[in-house]
Design a protein around this ligand. Structure first.
Ligand code: PGA
Length: 263
């Protein structure tokens, strides 16, 4: 059976409100004909754009998300954003544990466990990002790191919430302008490690949790990544920030996926 495919982007700290809305409207229009029974599209802009984006974008076409969230609903947490505030805006998705949150802002697996629980219990689709650093890869401990990140952050996830959980595998050494994309084989191998850990955690329902690959996804590698058995979607940075380019990337991937023989 063909699986649902996921395509999304985190806009990081780029694009003001005007540029974000123009980008989202263009992307919504370019991708209007894509069958949402088969494909999920999502964009995660800055907080300042959320209010307008939620008014102008149809989230059944493009889901909108936040780049981070506090585990508490309110309190003395200067600079943080509450799940209630994100609910009030009408967002459907929360991204947690992006490598920049972990490595620049010091988010730990334990903090992420609390955030994942808060996000799921407030009804958000929750995209947990995991990935090993270049050093961890060189030490040969990538699999252990991925398993620790997953098993710590997902410790308390309840069965009723499995359907709202997405995972993004983003090797830290592959992200951004200084990153180099993982080879397709390497990405598939790590996705398989993640799949095994999800099944250990959640039983056979772990097979249904989407695992997206991110880290220098571009027009050259999107098609070969999406056809891998354990890659369910692409989480794209730079190559998605131009709507035309992202649309082309999505269509290349969809075409590659749809034309491969069914096994
Ligand atoms: P990149 O970003 O595609 O620009 O490497 C990926 C990410 O940080 O999610």
């Amino acid at each position: 059976m063909k699986k649902r495919l996921y395509f999304g982007s985190n806009l990081k700290m780029y694009k003001n409100v005007h540029d974000t809305i123009a980008y989202l409207e263009q992307l919504q229009q370019l991708t209007a004909d894509l069958n949402r029974e088969k494909y999920t599209l999502f964009i995660i802009p800055s907080y300042t754009s959320h209010e307008q984006a939620c008014k102008k974008i149809n989230q059944s076409l493009i889901k909108l998300g936040a780049q981070n969230m506090c585990w508490e609903e309110q309190g003395q947490f200067t600079g943080e954003i509450s799940p209630l505030m994100l609910q009030e805006l009408g967002l459907e998705l929360v991204e947690l544990g992006h490598s920049e949150r972990r490595h620049i802002f010091g988010e730990s697996n334990e903090m992420l466990r609390r955030k994942v629980n808060a996000s799921l219990s407030h009804g958000f689709t929750t995209l947990l990002c995991i990935g090993e650093t270049g050093d961890e890869k060189d030490y040969g401990i990538s699999d252990e790191i991925l398993r620790i990140q997953l098993k710590t952050a997902l410790l308390d996830v309840k069965e009723q919430d499995y359907g709202k959980l997405w995972i993004a595998y983003e090797p830290v050494w592959a992200i951004g302008i200084n990153g180099r994309p993982a080879t397709t084989d390497y990405a598939q191998e790590k996705h398989s490690v993640i799949r095994t850990a999800l099944v250990e955690l959640f039983g056979k329902q772990g097979n249904d949790i989407p695992i997206l690959y991110g880290g220098s996804v571009n027009l050259d590698n999107a098609a070969s990544l999406i056809v891998q058995p354990d890659i369910d979607g692409l989480f794209v940075g730079r190559s998605a920030w131009d709507a035309q380019n992202f649309n082309t990337l999505i269509r290349d991937a969809v075409m590659a996926y749809d034309t491969q023989p069914l096994v």
